[in-house]
Design a protein. Structure first.
Length: 142
């Protein structure tokens, strides 16, 4: 299983350790990071998600980001927008996109407490790939 790891560098003090945990979890599960890309923030992810999903050497994409609450509801707007696009791209490509993005409405302390969400996202991607492979094996041909 080859994963594309897409990391938002905004709030890098959180996303850096999240990416490290994601890489360690991939290794522990026998998955390979086939590509690792970094973008400024999560709002910059959709075009890169799409390109990674188009690659034949990538089976799933894992998104890593931390959206910390500011003075406005901007964190909610961008998080919801990216989650919707990620779900749509997963559905249309037939490849999993795992959401290891924490927030919105999160404080710095809450972000620091959620570093393992990245490892959980890797686990979700691997599990989804396993389910898809099982469905391929057991689905009768027409």
């Amino acid at each position: 299983m080859k994963l594309g790891l897409l990391v938002a560098d905004f709030n890098g003090e959180v996303t850096g350790p999240m990416a490290a945990r994601a890489r360690a979890q991939a290794s522990a599960l026998g998955a390979e990071i086939g590509a690792e890309c970094h973008v400024a923030g999560i709002f910059d992810m959709p075009a890169i998600i799409k390109k990674l999903l188009e690659r034949n050497d990538i089976d799933a994409v894992v998104l890593i980001g931390a959206v910390i609450q500011g003075e406005t509801r901007h964190d909610e707007v961008i998080t919801h927008a990216v989650a919707q696009v990620a779900a749509r791209l997963a559905a249309t490509s037939g490849k999993p996109v795992a959401l290891g993005v924490t927030g919105p409405g999160m404080t710095d302390a809450q972000a620091a407490a959620r570093l393992d969400y990245a490892a959980n996202a890797v686990g979700a991607a691997v599990r989804s790939l396993t389910v898809l492979a099982e469905l391929e094996r057991t689905t009768p041909s027409r």
